[in-house]
Design a protein around this ligand. Structure first.
Ligand SMILES: C[S@@+](CC[C@H](N)C(=O)[O-])C[C@H]1O[C@@H](n2cnc3c(N)ncnc32)[C@H](O)[C@@H]1O
Length: 159
């Protein structure tokens, strides 16, 4: 099964890049974790609501161009459904059992996800009501994906 994370913008801090790289490496034994970055739109402070919507719409177009019709799309949303590590592992197992060939996780940019992506979503997952920076979200998500595969393999990694 292919697992992909689509993120908006480049990770700037080396320590975040290193952390994502570590989990990407660990995921190789499970078929890999593909990280896809789409370019973020310039988003100066003090934008109007209309301008913010425009930025999110343009980023949404780029995100959607990386998603295939039969991908199962998991959007990361603060107000989404709260999950646990075990529940994510069970969801991935269920999707594998039903023959889904690819899961795509999508993390929004600094202003969040545009409507077109939210409408394409098959599942909205929340990591709690705290707002995490999108770069840190990528680290946390890649670890949780690795943890889910370790749970499903019966490893003692998850305690
Ligand atoms: C800085 S946040 C965007 C904040 C924006 N105001 C919003 O409501 O989406 C960037 C992205 O990180 C992800 N994110 C941040 N915190 C999250 C959380 N607690 N649960 C799920 N996703 C989160 C979401 O994909 C979000 O679009």
């Amino acid at each position: 099964m292919g697992i992909k994370i689509i993120g908006v913008g480049k990770i700037k801090e080396k320590y975040f890049t290193a952390a994502v790289g570590e989990y990407t490496k660990r995921m190789q034994r499970f078929g890999g974790l593909n990280i896809v970055e789409v370019k973020d739109e310039p988003a100066p402070d003090n934008m109007s609501e209309t301008e913010i919507t425009h930025v999110k719409d343009k980023e949404a177009d780029k995100i959607l161009s990386k998603i295939k019709e039969d991908d199962f799309v998991v959007t990361l949303e603060i107000l989404g459904e709260e999950y646990s590590s075990e529940k994510l592992a069970a969801k991935i197992k269920e999707l594998q059992t039903y023959g889904k060939s690819s899961i795509v996780f999508v993390i929004g940019g600094s202003n969040g996800l545009g409507d077109a992506v939210l409408n394409r979503s098959n599942l909205a997952v929340s990591f709690g009501r705290f707002t995490l920076p999108h770069q840190l979200m990528r680290v946390v998500l890649s670890e949780q994906i690795y943890r889910a595969f370790m749970i499903n393999s019966g490893s003692t990694y998850h305690k």
